[in-house]
Design a protein around this ligand. Structure first.
Ligand code: ATP
Ligand code: SKM
Length: 181
């Protein structure tokens, strides 16, 4: 609570955008930070699903296209950028479009950095059916296309902070909120 009180004046009601690779923990971490700060939590993928009326990102890619999903994602991020006191877990691919940077830079952006092998383990644990980018082509999509990994974005001035996320047993992650701040 003390740390939250230290951070809140610095944030000055700005939104916090969590960015990073698929499975890096944006939702998990975002909900904890929102609870600690007393901010509202939003998941931009979920908002796109609601606005399009299709219940999963994988289905939106299938029924329409990735470009359609990205257009809607940009609209969602634009709308969120005029709001305050939100913690936003963005989609793993949101950082690909420069227009999204201009929305997110109005708040504070935090890149969650997780080693690739940990990401692979997490994604494998829940299966890849809900991961459209892993189904687009054979081979390793993280290697084949310009995936939003840290090397591409570290020098961007709109990434304000880097949070190195070690593997935590989830019980510890949720019970010791101090490690987030
Ligand atoms: N620090 C952590 N240590 C161990 N497991 C974690 C950690 N953070 C998240 N996880 C686990 O990794 C998985 C992915 O987490 P989460 O859904 O929060 O990621 P995300 O970045 O929001 O993913 P998405 O690409 O779906 O938006 C979940 O099963 C979650 O429980
Ligand atoms: O899981 C996936 O494959 C994806 C989910 C969304 O976050 C998208 O932003 C991402 O580009 C693709």
């Amino acid at each position: 609570q003390q740390k939250a009180e230290d951070v809140l004046p610095y944030l000055n009601d700005r939104c916090v955008y969590l960015v990073g690779m698929m499975g890096s923990g944006k939702t998990t971490v975002g909900k904890i930070i929102a609870e600690v700060l007393g901010y509202s939590f939003f998941d931009s993928d979920k908002l796109v699903e609601q606005s399009v009326g299709i219940p999963s990102v994988a289905e939106i890619f299938q029924v329409h296209s990735e470009a359609f999903f990205r257009d809607n994602e940009s609209e969602v991020l634009r709308d969120l950028s005029s709001m305050h006191r939100l913690i936003v877990a963005t989609g793993g691919g949101a950082v690909i479009r420069p227009i999204n940077w201009s929305y997110m830079r109005k708040g504070l952006t935090i890149w969650l950095d997780v080693p690739l092998d940990a990401l692979a383990r997490r994604i494998a644990a829940v299966g890849t059916a809900s991961r459209p980018l892993l189904h687009q082509e054979s081979g390793d999509p993280y290697a084949k296309r310009p995936m939003p990994n840290l090397q591409h974005f570290l020098n961007k001035e709109w990434i304000h902070m880097l949070m190195l996320m070690p593997e935590y047993p989830l019980k510890i992650l949720h019970s010791n909120k101090d490690i987030m701040m």
